[in-house]
Design a protein around this ligand. Structure first.
Ligand code: NDP
Length: 329
């Protein structure tokens, strides 16, 4: 039997957490031969602690063979101690009275604290996925507060945007999602993200020869960017099971490899494609041997550059706000 891996999950008693934990414990993320120690971080208030206790009781009641240990705490140091993987889902939701800067500030405090705790107590090669929004900038904050950890190991979730794009395209051209290769979503997980079909193929045939550009730009791009809002309208709650599924996909690809396929991860830019170094940006990556590499050498034209510029602007504005907060914290 393998040594258990410790997976730390924040916001575990929330909507996404409620889907995510059970799939991790069932082996969907790390495989059927990998025992897991699961530790949940909840806020230090009675309601959250009670909710987490309820989730722990349900995890017990599943009798998952792979679940070696479960714990719940409101102490980040306890949660992240010796963790192999951290899934940072918990974040402050935007309320009606909040400006964007207020939301950034509220979340910055959370990710400063969690980044520092990860830096001090986690395994040095911990892999971090930030789901809580604004996820790209939250991942940037946590990375900046964890100088002892390889910066590459702080990533944010754009796999949901990737998966959404896959299905929209598959439905449009009537193929299987698994037939589509080379697709990615560049940029920021927000209104400016750019689902890129220009390098994707279906059984070797370019997708761009199977769709028209009007559908692509006037339908697909806004549908993917607005999908979260459409789900809230339809369901009355934000996407949860699909977000949890994307988080599982993200970590599984990273740890177990993506079989030479391109997937989307938001990762610190190394300057590729003119994206300023250090911004957490959605890139096409290939995962192998527990690592990922940004795919290089894709042809980029003015059409891409226009979308990139919007995303760079959005992320640099957020970075300017949080850099001040990090400096003062
Ligand atoms: P919920 O509001 O249902 O859950 C959030 C959870 O986080 C709650 O349990 C909350 O606790 C907890 N929490 C808040 N602050 C902290 C903290 N400091 N430490 C630990 N836990 C904390 O939200 P969802 O599960 O629906 O969504 C979680 C996040 O994921 C949101 O930011 C959402 O925007 C984002 N998201 C990202 C997606 C992506 O593609 N990147 C897709 C979908 C969602 P309490 O109950 O005490 O407030």
């Amino acid at each position: 039997m393998k040594t258990p891996m410790k997976v730390a999950v924040t916001g575990a008693a929330g909507q996404i957490g409620y889907s995510l934990l059970f799939r991790i414990a069932a082996g969907d993320m790390l495989g059927e031969d990998q025992p897991i120690d699961l530790c949940m971080l909840e806020r230090d208030n009675e309601a959250s602690i009670k909710a987490a206790r309820g989730v722990m009781m349900e995890l017990d009641d599943c009798a998952f063979p792979l679940l070696n240990k479960v714990c719940s705490t409101s102490d980040p140091s306890e949660c992240f101690r010796d963790a192999d993987i951290a899934m940072l889902v918990g974040a402050r939701p935007r309320t009606a009275d909040m400006q964007r800067a207020d939301l950034l500030a509220a979340n910055a405090q959370i990710f400063v604290q969690q980044g520092r705790a990860i830096n001090n107590v986690a395994k040095p090669d911990i892999k971090v996925l930030v789901v809580g929004n604004p996820c790209n900038t939250n991942a940037y904050i946590a990375r900046k507060c964890a100088p002892n950890i390889n910066p590459k190991n702080f990533t944010a979730m754009m796999r949901l945007d990737h998966n959404r794009t896959l299905t929209q395209v598959a439905q449009k051209i009537n193929c299987k999602v698994t037939d589509i290769e080379g697709l990615c979503v560049w940029g920021n997980h927000g209104g400016t993200m750019f689902p890129d079909l220009t390098h994707s193929t279906v059984k070797g045939k370019p997708v761009m020869t199977m769709i028209d550009k009007t559908w692509y730009l006037s339908d697909l791009v806004p549908t993917v960017a607005g999908r979260g809002g459409a789900i809230i309208k339809a369901r009355g709650h934000s996407s949860a099971a699909s977000a949890a599924n994307a988080a599982i996909d993200h970590i599984r690809s990273w740890i177990k490899g993506s079989n030479d396929q391109i997937v989307t991860m938001a990762v610190p830019s190394d300057g590729s494609y003119g994206i300023p170094e250090g911004l957490t940006f959605g890139f096409p990556v290939v995962c192998k041997d527990g690592d990922y590499e940004i795919v290089k050498g894709l042809e980029i034209d003015d059409f891409h550059k226009e979308f990139f510029a919007k995303n760079i602007k959005a992320l640099e504005e957020e970075k300017a706000i949080v850099d001040e907060i990090i400096a003062k914290s």
